[in-house]
Design a protein around this ligand. Structure first.
Ligand code: GLY
Ligand code: MN
Ligand code: MN
Length: 434
């Protein structure tokens, strides 16, 4: 991502908050896993979106129309000894020289400098309610300004969650963002293809998990966007199955929901295929039904359609299909109205995709599902989860299938970013046989 892209984003936020507003955004903090071990650091998506600054222990301030410049960054100073242990730091000079901050201060000056930035502003934008310590700290800074009211200091009287502005901005992807998301989805899609080629009975679910990670890391995407799900056989019916500890068995399907993160952007793909490379007839029947539902949903992923139209299209196909399989009984219309699909399809058909796998952005506007617009990216991921129970005819028991693609809304319709992962059942069988 270029420096000018971050600058454009900050300008666009600045114009929304106005000359009498001020935005404060904290970086993510390192989290302890156990004793001296930390979780891998992941920058806060909002902070990253506006700054591209990759370190913890930092604060960004956007102060529109400030004469010394609108972008102020607080961060860790250089420290020879710490850098010997933990690696290079960007430091105060790096913050201005490399990240476009108009001014930078060491984090230790935060409580001293922040009230001077807040003074004179009417509205304060920050992530209200995400961290009680941050809420208290911001109010502390505001109170320092209030204490000077008799000498004419103006303190903010309006507090607004910054998410309402920033998340609408993040929902509409720029060309630069789309280019990264296209690459992320392609890396993941090719990794899914590789898993199909290496699958065989006797491998463990963890073998495929590890192979996915390897395939992505070797293409430049070292981190995944979320924990990989590899569910063999009935494990596929557990929606967030991440134990990945069982052995893959002859005659079973395996469901793999996995996606890499590339330069801060997620991909999110699910494929389900036979462990041994050949669908049994009942597996193929359910697979073709889920695929038909997914294709019907993708047709409704185009400008002007409302958010829920892909979901409604998928539910219609699945409901009809469940009657065909002898799992539901009755009239399609009434079954849809009663949500009879829910024991077998209990999640929705997708979500926004971006820096976060379940990305930000409102789904409704003024009470109605919003319309899709070019530049939005969503997943389309219907499934069927036919548990090993009496209600399910014997041949279908224990079959869990989901097919998930990443879809960019374009002027003409859509682009399937994850198209490189095979999903046609004949194509999967051919790939696995080859
Ligand atoms: N992998 C999470 C999801 O599909 O929503
Ligand atoms: Mn997924
Ligand atoms: Mn998803």
């Amino acid at each position: 991502m270029t420096r000018s892209e971050y600058k454009r984003r900050r300008r666009s936020l600045a114009s929304l908050i106005g000359a009498d507003g001020l935005a404060i955004l904290p970086a993510a903090r390192e989290a302890v896993r156990n004793r001296d071990v930390h979780y891998p650091f992941r920058q806060d998506s909002d902070f990253n979106y506006l700054t591209g600054f990759p370190e913890p222990d930092a604060f960004a301030v956007i102060a529109p129309k400030r004469k010394e410049g609108a972008f102020v960054l607080f961060c860790r100073p250089r420290d020879e000894e710490r850098e010997q242990w933990d690696g290079a730091r960007i430091g105060i000079e790096g913050a201005t020289a490399r990240f476009g901050a108009d001014q930078a201060h060491p984090l230790s000056e935060l409580d001293e400098v922040m009230p001077t930035l807040i003074e004179g502003r009417k509205r304060l934008y920050f992530p209200i309610g995400t961290d009680p310590a941050l809420d208290a700290r911001v109010i502390g800074w505001v109170n320092q300004v209030r204490a000077k009211a008799r000498s004419g200091a103006i303190a903010p009287d309006t507090f607004v969650t910054i998410e309402s502005l920033l998340h609408e901005q993040r929902l509409h992807k720029s060309q630069a963002e789309i280019a990264i998301m296209r690459r992320a989805a392609r890396i993941s899609a090719q990794a899914h293809g590789r898993l199909m080629r290496s699958s065989r009975p006797g491998l463990s679910e963890a073998d495929l998990e590890a192979e996915f990670q390897h395939a992505c890391a070797s293409q430049g995407a070292r981190f995944l966007a979320y924990p990989t799900i590899v569910g063999g056989g009935p494990n596929a019916c557990v929606l967030h199955y991440t134990e990945n500890a069982d052995t893959l068995r002859e005659g079973d399907l395996v469901l793999i929901d996995a996606g890499c993160e590339l330069e801060g952007y997620a991909s999110d793909i699910t494929r389900t295929f036979p462990v041994n490379g050949r669908f049994t007839p009942p597996q193929r029947a359910v697979y073709e039904l889920v695929l038909e539902a997914q294709l019907a949903a993708i047709k409704k992923a185009r400008p002007g359609c409302r958010w829920n139209e892909p979901h409604e299209a998928a539910v219609r196909v699945l409901t009809k299909g469940l009657i065909g399989l002898g799992i539901l009984e009755g009239k399609v219309g009434a079954l849809i109205k009663d949500e009879a699909h829910k024991p077998y399809y209990m999640h929705r058909t997708g979500h926004w995709l971006g820096m976060d796998v379940h990305d930000v952005g409102a789904y409704k506007r003024d009470g109605d599902w919003r319309r899709l617009e070019p530049g939005m990216v969503l997943t389309v991921e219907p499934g069927l989860y036919l548990a090993d129970t009496e209600a399910v005819p014997a041949p279908y028991r224990g079959i869990g299938i989901r097919i998930e693609d990443d879809v960019l809304i374009t002027e003409e319709g859509h682009e399937i970013l994850s198209a490189a992962a095979p999903k046609d059942p004949d194509a999967i069988e051919a790939l696995m046989a080859g």
